[in-house]
Design a protein around this ligand. Structure first.
Ligand code: ADP
Length: 300
C-alpha cells in the first residue's frame, strides 16, 4: 500500500509554510480566538507573512475578529485563496462559506475532518512564515485531525490559552497531556483575563485627559502583570484559592514543566478591538493589553 495521497498533497502544500502554530484552550470563552487574531496581527506587524486558519468549525469567530464578515473565498487555479486583511495576513475559515452568520454547522466528526483536510490540501497560502491555527476548545475530532494531517510536516508547537480559574486550569492540564501524547511541543501557556489593572486605568485617566499627551505605559503594564502586583484587581479571587503569589497558570506550568508565556489583563478596549475586527497594536487604544500581548509574542 502506497502513501496516502491526501497526506502527500498536504505535505506539498505545507512545504511553503515555515512554521505552524496551534492555538488551543481547554474551555470556550477564555479568549483563544482573540489571542489567535492578535498574535496574527502582531506577527504581520513584524513583517512576517502570516496565514490564520480557523478550524473551529462549529463556532468560527475569526472572520468577525479580523473584520472580514461577509467576505467570500475565491478559487484560482492554485486552489482556494485566503481572504486577505493585509497583503501579508491571509485568513481561512468556514465562516466565509456560510450563507449567513447565524447558520448552525451541525456536523459529525468525519465531515469536520473532511473540511480540515480540504483546508490543508486546497488553500493556497503561498510562501508564508507562520500558519496560526485557531482550534476549537477541548481535545476532539478537529484536534486529532489537524495533528494527524500535519504529521508528515510537523507542528512547531501549541500555545494554550486559559483564564486564571481552577475550572479552566484543570482543562489546560488535559490540553498539555494531549500535546505530550501526540508529540506536539507546548510553546507555552497564556493566562488571559488575568485581573484588572485598576490603578493603570486611573493613571491613564488622570494623566491622559485633555492633554493629548502620549504616555508610554509599557513598563507599568508589565510591572502590573507580574506576580504579586498590588494594583491587580483579583477579579476571580484566585489568590484566595492559590497561595499568596496568585498566578494559577504560572504555578501549573511549573508543575507540568511547560513554559509560562505571560498574562494578559482584562481590557475593555481589547474586547472592543475584537468586536470591531481590529488589531490591538495600532492607535494605542488597547494600551493596557497590547504591551502584555507584545511581550508574550516576544517570549515565543
Ligand atoms: P474563545 O475563543 O476562547 O471562545 P474569545 O476569543 O471568543 O474566546 O473571547 C470571548 C470574549 O471575551 C470575546 O468577546 C472577547 O472579545 C473577550 N475577551 C477576550 N480576552 C479579553 C481580555 N483580555 N479583555 C477583555 N475581553 C476579552
Amino acid at each position: 500500500k502506497g502513501p496516502d495521497p491526501d497526506l502527500v498533497a498536504i505535505a506539498e502544500r505545507m512545504a511553503t509554510v515555515k512554521h505552524k502554530i496551534l492555538v488551543l484552550s481547554g474551555k470556550g470563552g477564555v479568549g483563544k480566538s482573540t489571542f489567535s487574531a492578535q498574535l496574527s496581527y502582531a506577527l504581520a506587524a513584524m513583517d512576517f507573512q502570516v496565514g490564520l486558519l480557523d478550524i473551529d468549525i462549529c463556532g468560527p469567530s475569526i472572520p468577525k475578529m479580523l473584520g472580514l464578515e461577509g467576505q467570500d473565498i475565491h478559487q484560482s487555479n492554485l486552489g482556494w485563496s485566503p481572504v486577505y486583511v493585509e497583503s501579508n495576513l491571509g485568513v481561512m475559515s468556514i465562516g466565509f462559506m456560510l450563507p449567513n452568520p447565524d447558520e448552525a454547522v451541525i456536523w459529525r466528526g468525519p465531515r469536520k475532518n473532511g473540511l480540515i483536510k480540504q483546508f490543508l490540501k486546497d488553500v493556497y497560502w503561498g510562501d508564508i512564515d507562520f500558519l496560526v491555527v485557531d482550534a476549537p476548545p477541548g481535545t476532539s475530532d478537529e484536534h486529532i485531525s489537524i495533528v494527524q494531517f500535519l504529521q508528515a510536516t510537523g507542528i512547531d508547537g501549541a500555545i494554550i490559552v486559559t483564564t486564571p480559574q481552577q475550572v479552566s486550569l484543570i482543562d489546560v492540564r488535559k490540553e498539555v497531556n494531549f500535546c505530550k501524547k501526540v508529540g506536539v511541543p507546548v510553546l507555552g501557556v497564556v493566562e488571559n483575563m488575568s485581573g484588572l489593572c485598576q490603578s493603570l486605568v486611573d493613571f491613564r485617566f488622570i494623566r491622559g485627559t485633555g492633554t493629548g499627551e502620549q504616555i508610554d505605559v509599557t513598563e507599568k503594564v508589565l510591572e502590573c502583570m507580574r506576580e504579586k502586583a498590588p494594583e491587580l484587581l483579583d477579579l476571580f479571587a484566585i489568590s484566595e484559592v492559590f497561595d499568596s503569589s496568585g498566578g494559577g497558570a504560572a504555578k501549573m506550568c511549573t508543575e507540568m514543566d511547560v513554559p509560562f508565556l505571560g498574562k494578559v489583563p482584562l481590557d475593555p478596549q481589547l474586547c472592543k478591538a475584537a468586536e470591531e475586527g481590529r488589531s490591538c497594536f495600532v492607535d494605542q487604544k488597547c494600551w493596557v493589553s497590547a504591551p502584555a500581548l507584545k511581550s508574550i509574542v516576544k517570549n515565543l
